[in-house]
Design a protein around this ligand. Structure first.
Ligand SMILES: [Zn+2]
Length: 243
């Protein structure tokens, strides 16, 4: 089983070291059944984010060697890179990325800005075959999945993943309308995952957790005192909904 949504890097005041994140996943793999993870670095959300620094993090993360799990990176591309004239194609060269992550809430993507628009088109153009574009989705106007519909339509060969399957009703609509779209269950409610599974789109739903941000939020918001390993086992309980 693959976990399609994992993070490393700086997240608010916490730094999630790639090795400790991967180690938790490796140490719990017998319980969870996870053999592959696709990750991105939240350090890309820092105001002073620099591609070269994130690339250093990924180089460090990719040096993680394991006989039990495979780890694959996403390039988290931000509008700042486009403004700095770092093209998507050149940014993709550094690693064998499994795709590109877009976070239209953390970063202001302006569809009217020609420089942003060009980068977005390049992203959808590049994310074919073994690459996907992973879009953070939610209920706010900038993250609502339907906002990206012109791209879904214009790039039928792009592999698109709507992260979080949120809101669930619009996600289902998009999954049914476009054959090139999938969604993931990162930080999704059990109730929403059940709704997805019962809506005839089951084969387009990918398992994802959002670990270790789940550890961060469960502790901060709900006072849970789990270890990282305990948290990951907890996050992976939702795999049962896929059976
Ligand atoms: Zn995430």
């Amino acid at each position: 089983m693959t976990d399609h949504h994992i993070h490393i890097g700086q997240f608010n005041e916490i730094y999630f070291d790639a090795y400790s994140v991967f180690q938790s996943i490796e140490e719990t793999c017998v319980q969870t059944g996870i053999t592959e993870v696709h990750y991105s670095s939240t350090s890309s959300c820092r105001d002073d984010a620099e591609l070269s620094k994130v690339e250093e993090e990924i180089a460090y993360a990719q040096a993680f060697k394991s006989k039990k799990i495979v780890v694959k990176p996403y390039l988290w591309y931000i509008p700042k890179y486009a403004e700095e004239n770092i093209s998507v194609k050149s940014a993709l060269k550094a690693f064998d990325y499994c795709g590109i992550k877009l976070h239209p809430f953390a970063q202001k993507w302006d569809f009217e800005n020609p420089c942003h628009k060009k980068a977005l088109e390049e992203i959808f153009e590049c994310c074919t075959e073994n690459k996907s574009v992973l879009i953070h989705c939610g209920k706010t106007p900038e993250t609502i999945p339907s906002r990206f519909e012109p791209f879904f339509k214009n790039f039928p060969n792009a592999n698109i993943i709507l992260a979080h399957s949120n809101p669930v009703n619009i996600t289902i609509k998009m999954l049914k309308k476009y054959k090139n779209i999938k969604s993931d269950t990162a930080y999704s409610d059990e109730k929403d995952i059940i709704t997805l599974m019962k809506s005839g789109v089951k084969e387009k739903v990918l398992f994802g957790t959002d670990f270790p941000l789940t550890h961060y939020f469960d502790r901060l918001l709900f006072g849970k005192k789990r270890t990282m390993n305990e948290q990951y086992i907890e996050d992976c309980r939702k795999i049962k909904l896929f059976n």
